[in-house]
Design a protein around this ligand. Structure first.
Ligand SMILES: [Zn+2]
Length: 505
C-alpha cells in the first residue's frame, strides 16, 4: 500500500493586511519542501507531519511525501498560491491508495472562505473512493464540506498546542484500523453559534480545559476520536466559531448525542469565553507594581493585540511606546517585524548608534485605529542570521528562521527586530539574540496564549496589554460581514434551547 502525506496549513485572519503568498509557505526557501527532504525534516518532530510519518512508518506502508506547505498566520491566501498547493495535493492523491493531510481548518483564500473544504472536495472529485485522514488545529472553523469529504478528522486537545503529533497519531491509528477493516468510523459534526475570544481559549483555563477533558474521557470510553474546536473568530467566514466532531465505531446516534453534550456544555459556559480588555495605562501601572511582588523571574508584558501567530503585523508600536514612556528598565522585547530597520542596523554595524523609524509601517484597513512608526535612537547591540533550534513543544526539533535579525538597545530596553514573522513562545528566540530571558526584569512579548509554553514556567507575573492590531480581542473594533448571525457575543441568541434551534436551522 502506498500512502501520501502532505501539509497545507494556514490560519487566515481575514482582517490582516499581511500578504499570504507562496514565499510565506516556503519557510525562507524558494518553494515548500517535498519528498525525502520533507520526511527527513519532519521525522521525529512534535508536528502533525511528525505524527503521521511515525504511524505510517510503523504500519510498514510505502510513503510518498507531497508538499509540506505551512505559513505563519496572515491575510487571505493569494489565489495562485492556493491553486499551486491544491494542484500538488490533488496530483499526489492520484498516485496513492490513501492520504494523510495536515491542514489547519481556518484557511480562507481570496476566492474561498473555506480553503480546506475546497481542497478536500477537489480530492473527492478526482478520487471519489480515496480514504483521506485529516488533522486540524484547535482553531479550525470546521465546515460540513470538510466533514463530507474525508474519512477521519481529528483536532488538538491543547492550547498552547503541545499535542500536534499526538493528534495526528490519534487520527492515523483510527484511519489505518479502518483500512484494515477493524473499525467503521462514523463522524458527526455540529457547531454552536458562538465566537470564543482567543484570549479565553487556553486549556489552562476553564471552560476549555473541562471541554477537552470531557472529549478525552469519551475517547477513553466509547468513541474513536472526539475533537472540540474553539475556532478562530478572526477568520470572518460563515462557519467561524466553536464546533465539535465526534467519531464512533458505526454508531451515528451516539456520535450525535456526544456532540450535543459538548456543545451544550460550551454554550452554558459561553460567558466565560468572553474577554474583557484592560486599559493600557492601567496595565502599565500593574506591570510596574509587579516588580515589587514576591517571586522570581521576569514580569511579562503581553502585547496581545499584535500576535503574528494570529495574523498580526508584528509591528504595532503602542505597547512599546508605553513601556518607554513609563521608563521601565531591564526590558527585553520580542519582537518587531521590520526588515528595513534590520538592514539599516546591519549597515550601521554593531556598537554604533542609529536612529530608526521602527514599526507602524503596514496600514490595517480593517481597523479604525492605526499604529504609527516610533522614532528611536539607540545602539546596535547584535546582528544575527536569525536561526535557532526550537526546544519546546509545537516546533520542538525544527529550526526556526526569523530571517536576518538585530537587537536595538534603547536605554534599558533591548528590542529584537526581525525579517520573518515568528511568535515568541520559545525562550530560545531571545537566547539566539544574546538575551537571557530568565535574567530580565521585564519581557515584552507579542503573543496571546502560545507564549505560555515556554515563558509561563519562568515568569513571575503576566500583564495582558491592549495595544493596537488586527488580532484585537475587542470585537467592537472589527466589522464582521460573513459569519452566520446571530452569534454570541456579537449578538445574544439567549437560551440553550435557542442554541439547538439555531443549529437545526
Ligand atoms: Zn491554533
Amino acid at each position: 500500500m502506498k500512502v501520501g502525506i502532505a501539509m497545507m496549513s494556514h490560519e487566515t485572519n481575514t482582517f490582516s493586511p499581511v500578504i499570504t503568498d507562496l514565499a510565506r509557505f516556503s519557510g525562507g526557501r524558494s518553494e515548500p519542501l517535498r519528498g525525502e527532504l520533507a520526511i527527513s525534516t519532519y521525522t521525529g518532530t512534535a508536528s502533525c507531519l511528525g505524527g503521521f510519518i511515525k504511524v505510517a512508518t510503523e504500519q510498514g506502508v510505502d510513503i510518498e511525501h507531497g508538499i509540506a506547505a505551512g505559513a505563519p498566520p496572515s491575510g487571505p491566501v493569494e489565489n495562485e498560491t492556493f491553486e499551486y498547493m491544491c494542484d500538488a495535493i490533488v496530483s499526489l492523491a492520484g498516485r496513492v491508495d490513501a492520504l494523510l493531510l495536515d491542514l489547519h481548518g481556518a484557511m480562507a483564500t481570496k476566492s474561498y472562505q473555506d480553503g480546506e473544504g475546497e481542497l478536500l472536495s477537489r480530492i473527492r472529485a478526482a478520487r471519489p473512493d480515496l480514504p483521506v485522514c485529516v488533522s486540524l488545529d484547535m482553531h479550525a472553523n470546521v465546515t460540513e464540506k470538510m466533514i463530507n469529504n474525508c474519512s477521519v478528522l481529528t483536532g488538538y486537545h491543547t492550547y498552547p498546542h503541545i499535542d500536534m503529533d499526538a493528534t495526528a497519531e490519534r487520527g492515523a491509528k483510527v484511519f489505518f484500523d479502518m483500512l484494515a477493516g477493524k473499525c467503521n468510523p462514523v463522524m458527526h459534526w455540529e457547531n454552536a453559534p458562538m465566537l470564543p475570544h482567543v484570549m479565553r481559549q487556553g486549556t489552562d483555563d476553564f471552560p476549555n480545559n473541562a471541554l477537552q477533558q470531557h472529549a478525552i474521557a469519551l475517547e477513553q470510553s466509547d468513541c474513536l476520536a472526539v475533537s472540540l474546536f474553539t475556532g478562530f473568530p478572526h477568520a470572518d467566514i460563515q462557519d467561524a466559531g466553536l464546533s465539535c466532531v465526534v467519531i464512533t465505531d458505526g454508531d451515528a446516534q451516539a456520535a450525535a448525542q456526544h456532540t450535543g453534550e459538548l456543545l451544550d456544555f460550551a454554550w452554558a459556559e459561553r460567558h466565560k469565553f468572553v474577554y474583557q480588555p484592560e486599559a493600557l495605562p492601567d496595565s502599565m501601572a500593574r506591570a510596574q507594581a509587579s516588580t515589587e511582588a514576591p517571586g522570581e523571574g521576569p514580569v511579562i508584558i503581553l502585547d496581545h493585540y499584535d500576535n503574528t501567530a494570529s495574523g498580526g503585523t508584528m509591528d504595532t508600536t503602542e505597547v512599546l511606546a508605553a513601556v518607554l514612556d513609563a521608563g521601565l528598565d531591564d526590558v527585553a522585547v520580542f519582537g518587531f517585524f521590520d526588515p528595513d530597520v534590520v538592514e539599516q542596523m546591519i549597515a550601521t554595524g554593531v556598537g554604533n548608534e542609529v536612529t530608526v523609524e521602527l514599526g507602524g509601517k503596514l496600514p490595517m484597513p480593517a481597523l479604525a485605529k492605526q499604529s504609527k512608526p516610533l522614532t528611536l535612537t539607540g545602539e546596535v547591540k547584535l546582528i544575527s542570521n536569525g536561526k535557532f533550534k526550537a526546544r519546546v513543544a509545537m516546533s520542538r526539533g525544527l529550526t526556526i528562521n526569523m530571517g536576518r535579525a538585530a537587537v536595538l538597545s534603547v536605554g534599558g530596553v533591548d528590542i529584537a527586530v526581525i525579517s520573518r514573522h515568528i511568535e515568541p513562545y520559545d525562550p530560545e528566540c531571545f537566547r539566539a539574540l544574546g538575551m537571557e530571558p530568565t535574567q530580565r526584569k521585564f519581557l515584552m512579548l507579542k503573543s496571546r496564549i502560545h507564549y505560555r509554553v515556554g515563558f509561563m514556567p519562568i515568569a513571575k507575573e503576566i500583564v495582558e496589554c491592549a495595544g493596537v492590531g488586527v488580532c484585537t480581542s475587542d470585537y467592537d473594533q472589527l466589522t464582521f460581514e460573513h459569519v452566520r448571525r446571530p452569534i454570541f457575543p456579537l449578538d445574544n441568541p439567549g437560551s440553550n434551547a435557542e442554541r439547538v434551534a439555531y443549529a437545526a436551522d
